[in-house]
Design a protein around this ligand. Structure first.
Ligand code: NAP
Length: 292
């Protein structure tokens, strides 16, 4: 097992930049992704292409995954050619997908049987944060394993916090998404309100982005709305997945989250009307439909 070799699985909007930052920091990468073409640039830069998650895990000291949905996480770890079928005892696995806390616990338990610690370490900070290595990383799982891989987290992010046992990282990410949902609805409502009242939307942003209304969404996504750029960033289909996970976990905890329910409803409409693969800022299009 090579300490500085990382198996990296999932080379989408986030994974590609995170993997590139690890290579720049000197780690040796063995990569796998469902669609091979997305690995081309990394392979050209020296990463080794692998045909399965198992192959990416074989011989690696650390395995990082950032795929799409909980079902993808299950496949990648527990499937026939999955990571846990090949990871050597002592390999630390890190799932950075936004996924289910219940599944995180199941996979951590399956890993523990093989003496392979599996951390759940979802991220926040978007495509920009991934590119610029400024992600917030919220970690659940065995504390010793977390300390061991901290230097790897430090290559990808800035705010790295250990939250507790298995599933705690994913629960923290749900808190993040609940708060983000409120801010996205607020940003869109503020922008349509500005327009409906004859204000210059850019000038409004200049006033409010650095005051009490300031948020990541207002600083990073509202400008994309004003440029008419609805490309992802963060896809609606993934935000809908996250809101579903949050509502399910809230139900299990006996909670009602009315704002999160409303966001889930509005994003369901936005996705079906304008496309699930647009960025979350496309919620603005739904609000704009209602404007005269
Ligand atoms: P993405 O562009 O769809 O990337 C996911 C990648 O994983 C895709 O390249 C996909 O393959 C690959 N994949 C999916 N299932 C796989 C499997 N079974 N085996 C191998 N590869 C598989 O999405 P993303 O925006 O990078 O997001 C990734 C995760 O991070 C999601 O859970 C998302 O919610 C979360 N997240 C995203 C952001 C953001 O701003 N984008 C921020 C924080 C967290 P294909 O190329 O074939 O589709």
């Amino acid at each position: 097992m090579k300490k500085d070799t990382i198996g990296f699985i999932g080379l989408g909007i986030m994974g590609r930049s995170m993997a590139a930052n690890l290579m720049k920091a000197g780690y040796v990468l063995q990569v796998y992704n469902r669609t091979r073409a997305k690995a081309d640039e990394l392979v050209a830069a020296g990463a080794r292409w692998c045909e399965t998650p198992a192959e990416a895990a074989r011989g690696a000291g650390v395995v990082i995954t950032i795929v799409g949905y909980p079902r993808d996480v299950r496949d990648v770890y527990l499937g026939e050619h999955g990571v846990l079928s090949a990871a050597a005892p002592g390999t630390v696995c890190i799932d950075m997908t936004t996924s289910s806390p219940v599944l995180a616990k199941e996979i951590a338990a399956a890993g523990a049987e093989r003496r392979v610690p599996v951390l759940d370490a979802p991220v926040s900070g978007g495509d920009v944060g991934a590119r610029e290595a400024r992600l917030s990383i919220m970690v659940g799982g065995e504390r010793d394993a977390f300390e061991k891989v901290r230097p790897i987290f430090e290559v990808m992010g800035k705010n790295i916090v250990y939250q507790g046992g298995p599933g705690a990282g994913q629960h923290t990410k749900m808190c993040n998404q609940i708060a983000v949902a409120a801010s996205m609805l607020g940003v869109c409502e503020a922008l349509v309100y500005a327009r409906a009242n004859g204000l210059d939307q850019q000038r409004v942003l200049d006033s409010i982005a650095s005051g009490a209304a300031g948020s990541w969404s207002l600083s990073n996504l509202a400008p994309r709305v004003l440029r008419g750029d609805f490309q992802p960033g963060f896809m609606i289909k993934h935000f809908r997945k996250d809101l579903g996970i949050a509502l399910e976990a809230a139900r299990e905890a006996g909670l009602d989250l009315p704002m999160t329910r409303l966001a889930a409803e509005l994003y369901e409409k936005t996705g079906s009307r304008f496309g699930e693969e647009l960025g979350t800022q496309a919620l603005y299009l739904l609000y704009s439909e209602g404007e005269s």
